[in-house]
Design a protein around this ligand. Sequence first.
Ligand code: AMP
Length: 379
Amino acid sequence: MTKAILPNSTIGIFGSGQLGRMAAIEARKLGYRVHTFSPGRDTPTGQVADAETTAAYDDLFEVRTFAQTVDVVTFEFENVPSATIEAAAEFVPVYPRGEILHTTQNRLREKTFLAKNGFPLAGFRRVRTVEDLFKGVEELGLPVVLKTAGFGYDGKGQAKITANGEIEAAFDALNGEEAVLEQFVAFEKEVSVVCVRGQAGEFAHYGVIENDHANHILDVSFAPAAVEDAVAEHAIEIARAIGEAFEYVGTYCVEFFLEGNGTLRVNEIAPRPHNSGHLTFDACVTSQFEQQIRAVCGLPLGSPEYLRPAAMANLLGDVWEAGEPNWAAALEDPGIKLHLYGKSDPRPGRKMGHIAALADTPQRAVELVRTARRKLQHS
Ligand code: AMP
């Protein structure tokens, strides 16, 4: 194991959104300094960091300059080019490893890696030509989902195909990009396992979190998920084994589809803290963000124990539609925790913040966060 990077050292973060912001807050609690690197200015992470570099990810001169001023580098945004990571790694340790990012940046590479290692997935095929697509639909059977292989998130670059007549239009919408065709999974629920793996292979997890989406974007998460113990154990075991297969260091999340018969299929891996783990910020002894800092700095992991069952509701820009939200109304219940990410432009669909609550049951926590969120739009 490499030497621990101790408090007062500087942690470099590629990316500057809310994930970096919450990690930076935890880093500062531990006495670290934070330096963020992204093309943005006055960013959610930059606002709470000691230093903010504004440069393109492919500006390797700036990347090398940045890497020489920090003691370790991590990410909050996984679509950083490989050359950028390699340039940073010339000077400092980078966690998770660049190779892992390269694999998880692309759905085809990720699914191929998972399938090769025996993890359960929905059937998939690579699509480069319209002939590939026709053949794939024939082999997998309808309905299917066609997704661009690179740079997709929150349902962007995805099309569901339910009839043969839709195949050509779905192919044209790819605009020549490589894609992955997937069997449509008639899931009962979506769940995730947020985990952390340390430099010596230590492992901690937050159990199974249940996720409700609206318009392909995470809406509400709660923990513990309403799943059978055997399903929870299986999901955690798969998530742990994926971390081992990658020799991962840091916080990561495995998203699953859970079918009615208890079958779990991995949807995707996030090589970073995850939106479904935001509730750990208020609900756990050690949050997913603090674990990320501890893991990349080589400190012992913290306890992931929940203080109580918890829920989280995302606040999208849509909440601002009728003007400034009514913060006081949402905070009337003293148990409600409000997190805002410092973004000044509340566009529809943009993640602006979240609300969290703890309660005696996860269902009660969900009621609390949904009620608080509704109150935001009451004058
Ligand atoms: P993704 O960006 O791949 O995580 O997809 C976003 C959301 O689209 C998922 O959380 C699911 O709700 C839905 N989705 C994606 N792929 C499938 C699939 N193969 N079967 C059913 N629903 C899917």
